[in-house]
Structures are given as C-alpha cells and as structure tokens.
Ligand binder design. Structure first.
Ligand code: SF4
Length: 198
C-alpha cells in the first residue's frame, strides 16, 4: 500500500491524513528556504542559529545538535565551521575537555535570528484564526503524535513533559512537580527549558 497511490490515498482516511502531514512538512521547508536564500545561509545553518538562541549552553554542543536535528556530527561541525567563518557564532571550549565546546551567538548572529525566525509566521497567522476548541484538539493530536514518533525512535530528542522526571500523574491528573502546577492539555510542553530526562 502506498499513500502516494491516489486510488489508495483517496479511499482511506488514514492514508489521507498521512499524505496531508507529508504535504504540511513541505511548508516549513519552503518557508525556511526562502529565508535561507535571503541570508546566503543553508536551512540547517539557520535552524542551528535559532536553536542556540533559545536553549541553554549545555545544549549547544555538536553532539547535542546532531541528535536534535537527526544529523551526523561531521555535518553539524561543517555547518558550525561556516557559521564561525561568517562571524555569526563563537565557540567556548570546555575547560575539562579541550575537544569539546559550546556555541553562542555573536551580535550579528542575533541579528540573523531576528530576521529569520519569523519564517513560521504564515502558519502562525492561520492557527491564530482557528477556534479555541479546534486548536486544543489539534494540539492534543500533535503532542501525542510527537510522543509516539519519539517512542518509535524516529524523532530522537524530545524535551517533552511525557519524558521528564518532573512529570507525574495522580488520579488521572497530570502535574509538573518542579513548577508545582497542574498540566492541562494546553500546558503540555514539547520543548521545555526546565526539562530533565527521566
Ligand atoms: S519541567 Fe517542563 S517538561 Fe518537565 S514536567 Fe515540568 S513543564 Fe513539563
């Protein structure tokens, strides 16, 4: 069975959903390419800059970035080398291991992030116009799908509540024990700064 075979796709809702998701995955690629062209950078170079901007230093090593973007360490190292040559990032060597380093943005790097991170705006504007109840259903489905993809080891790094040591469930109610809050569906995070692996 192939979701790309139109007869099989159009006669089965599951196939149509997967085909729709595949179509949606193209949206980010197209929008990011547009920004990349304007900046003379590759999409992954922009993704690295944006990631570094919003994550703690310990998550900006080559190893961590390789896992985050499902790429090899040499591919990330090459991208980082070019970003350094363009003076968009600076490397900070680990005192205990001179081969290891974390990456921080330079002022020019910050400017590039500011000019590119809005590549998601067209989609965001559409989501903003969606009814609140529909948004919640969409979010519940997206977050569950991400967890399943992570369990299937298709998405490697997931800083989501469901993988976090501070997540707990009591009498069917979900909690974050670190922030001492009840987690309703809309509170579940897929990328949390306080996340700690179980
Ligand atoms: S620390 Fe963050 S990821 Fe962990 S349970 Fe709390 S909100 Fe979720």
């Amino acid at each position: 069975m192939s979701i790309f075979n139109l007869n099989e796709q159009n006669s089965n809702l599951d196939n149509k959903i997967v085909a729709g998701l595949e179509r949606l995955s193209q949206v980010f690629r197209i929008l990011l390419w547009e920004k990349a062209k304007q900046q003379g950078l590759s999409p992954i170079q922009i993704q690295i800059l944006i990631f570094i901007r919003y994550h703690k230093a310990e998550r900006t090593t080559v190893s961590y970035l390789a896992k985050e973007f499902n790429l090899t360490k040499p591919t990330i190292s090459d991208a980082v080398k070019i970003l350094e040559q363009k003076q968009l990032i600076r490397k900070y060597t680990d005192n205990s291991d001179s081969r290891s380093y974390t990456i921080q943005l330079t002022e020019t790097g910050e400017k590039v992030v500011f000019e590119t991170e809005n590549f998601t705006d067209p989609l965001q504007e559409m989501v903003q116009k969606t009814m609140e109840d529909d948004k919640l259903i969409l979010w519940e489905n997206i977050s569950s799908l991400i967890v399943l993809l992570n369990k299937a080891e298709i998405i490697s790094v997931q800083r989501t509540c469901y993988n976090c040591k501070y997540f707990s469930v009591s009498k069917g109610i979900k909690y974050c024990d670190l922030l001492s809050i009840r987690l309703h569906s809309e509170d579940i995070r897929i990328d949390c700064g306080e996340f700690e692996m179980i």
